[in-house]
Design a protein. Sequence first.
Length: 805
Amino acid sequence: MKTTTRVVVIGGGVVGCSVLYHLTKLGWSDVMLLERNELTSGSTWHAAGGFHTLNGDTNMAALQGYTIRLYKELEAITGMSCGLHHVGGVTLADNRDRMDMLVAERAKHRYMGLETEIVTPEEIAKIAPVTNTAGIIGGLYDPLDGHLDPSGTTHAYAKAARMGGATIETHCKVLETNQRPDGSWDVVTDKGTVHAEHVVNAAGLWAREVGAMAGVYFPLHPMEHQYIVTEDVPLILDMAKDGLEHPHVMDPAGESYLRQEGRGLCIGFYEQPCRPWAVDSTPWDFGHELLPDDFDKIEDSIAFAYRRFPALEKAGVKSVIHGPFTFAPDGNPLVGPVPGMRNYWSACAVMAGFSQGGGVGLMLAQWMIEGETERDTFAMDCARFGSWVTPGYTRPKVIENYQKRFSVSYPNEELPAARPLRTTPMYDIFDQMGAVWGAQYGLEVPNYFAQDDEPRYETPSFRRSNAWAATAREVQAVRQAVGINEVQNFGKYRVCGANARAWLDRIMAGRVPAPGRLSLTPMLSEKGRLIGDFTISCLAEDQFTLTASYGAQDFHMRWFQRHAEAGVRVENISDRLTGFQIAGPLARDVLAACTRCDVAALRFMDVARMTIGMVDCVVQRVSYTGDLGYEIYCDPMAQRALWQALWAAGQPMGMRPFGMRAMMSLRLDKFFGSWGREFSPDYTPAETGMDRFIAWKKPTQFIGRAAAEAERAQGPARQLVTFEVDATDADVVAYEPIWMGDQVVGFCTSGGYSHHAGKSIAYGFVPSDQLRDDLQVEIEVLGQRLPARRITTALFDADGARMRG
Ligand SMILES: Cc1cc2nc3c(=O)[nH]c(=O)nc-3n(C[C@H](O)[C@H](O)[C@H](O)COP(=O)(O)OP(=O)(O)OC[C@H]3O[C@@H](n4cnc5c(N)ncnc54)[C@H](O)[C@@H]3O)c2cc1C
């Protein structure tokens, strides 16, 4: 066995083999895979082998599309068969919400180049005759759906990797992973030790155990899953006579997926009475056996399936496959460089290995070899969960995710499991004031405040929800008097030391402010993509605080650590600094009423220390609401005292608390973008207008400078613009197509309703060569093409008089 290699991939399931292949494809041939048994000995061998592109996250859907297209390439390279059956698939809808969801998916597919189609019940009956279409109102047909041979496909990946120079060692169990001081790894196996520069954990069912060898907790959990294969079915035999294969049918109402298997059918269920498996750890002696059949837990699902697919009832059962596979709390994979670790990579929790495995392999190989991925991978980045995640959180979340696998996902939906987990000292005060809670990165955050006569629950919907009136009230309070909310849900970092300014100058593309001042700046990757939008606050020459997205804490810290330098200390203080923002025309008066400091002297973008009430605070004069506003930071231990001071001063001035729904409406008035929507690694500064914050004149070679300058010289091919949309009951959420004539020319990044202006607003990308101030387009919202006009003047405080005054 080889004893040194560049990369050791642990695990020879479909994911490990895909990672290995993609490493060779992108140019690293000195790579090795270690498998404790035979290839496919985890979840992979008993998978049903189905694949599909449908995924609520657009980037995940694109990667699923890549995976599916890859199989033909694999067959061509290796001469092996993946056992492909491109039979197409239809997802059924039996109510308006499900139909809305499918129509929204179809809309996204337009600019992704996916040829899906909305079909009627009559068409479904023809395409998928095994279906009883009673009660069905429509469906989404995807010609790319199909199934394959899981074992053949895994071996094809393995062969293609070997052809690219990779080595595969089977019957070689990894026992330990020990890091050397230089960051490389000794991978200890039962056949000896391999020294590797990088380790990839692709251990599937055993990913938790393999992670623990390096001291890492991976938030994933195995769940039991069952599918049934029937004896021959007459309808399928008839179709076969005509050379036809039955397509896949996903029936979300019945929580089932069905396809042809041989001359019979195969049906699997995501049943409600589901069961987590191997709660504390996965046994090492588990491998090629199955779990005992369990018809009790799928009894209701089977009864439903008999009604939807009557042919099933008469078909004999040929075999039952019941096995475990792993999920992360949100159902997406855990991929990428593990935060806090050097040269340790994750390719775990891939719950749909045959839809996602190719994309996971490609993204990980790009990350390892090129330093970044070609697209935004945040939806599957292992950095999206912080150190707050525990097994006690993961398990109920994974159960919830399994149960909701086929449920409608609404854009405004808040999932209830494992909550509340993290709360601030304001939790009970806000709760008594009627807070309707959302969860961000494990933290409870008020979405809005319901009045006594309003329900404490926002109805999940694709249309305007019952939060409408409350949001309007809160927006009005900010614009007409003063609003208050917490600043807990910002990511916050302290950067200090003799080298702090020089370091920030290199890490951030924008200006680093002088003491007493703030600046806004993009952070760029080497390839000039947006990986952060930060506010930098300078309290002293060697002391800075950064604020950015709360959910990106591990993502940003990982980047800071990768670029660590002597003479600068970077700390994540997100939960050590909290406070409030107050915003609105009376915000200054509120502040002045509870401090003896000179509030009037604080100019827009100034920062100063102040004692407010009894509490020492840092006050920044800036507000994401676009209004006159202050962010006031304090020690969490004193947050309630700060609240008492501000609230007491604010009451006579009409102060109201406001939540995230109002905040996201208010930002629209000033065309402010938001992280993960307008600003993400999918986009560049010039495309999004963030280039206005780049300090082109600074002499520093900041990261991404060359790429940003090249783009500046050439001009971006597309640009982000704001539209007013003629919407009546549903606003833009994200990824809706933008039409000009009969062409889709772009897509939306986000939108919503401006309660201040009484307008429906959308942000979206359009080709630069089509840009005009009076641009008119149509935006497709829930299947309707709505007229939309570009707007270039802010809806509130266009001259900045209030914000800066
Ligand atoms: C009943 C069922 C039906 C399914 N149907 C589908 C489907 O239709 N479509 C689909 O896309 N997905 C399906 N899946 C899910 C699919 O099986 C998984 O997504 C996929 O197999 C995950 O692959 P993996 O490589 O991540 O993990 P695994 O297949 O679990 O592979 C991990 C490998 O790592 C090895 N390993 C672990 N620890 C060590 C160690 N210490 N040293 C060396 N080697 C080690 C294991 O032996 C194993 O071979 C189904 C799953 C089940 C249970």
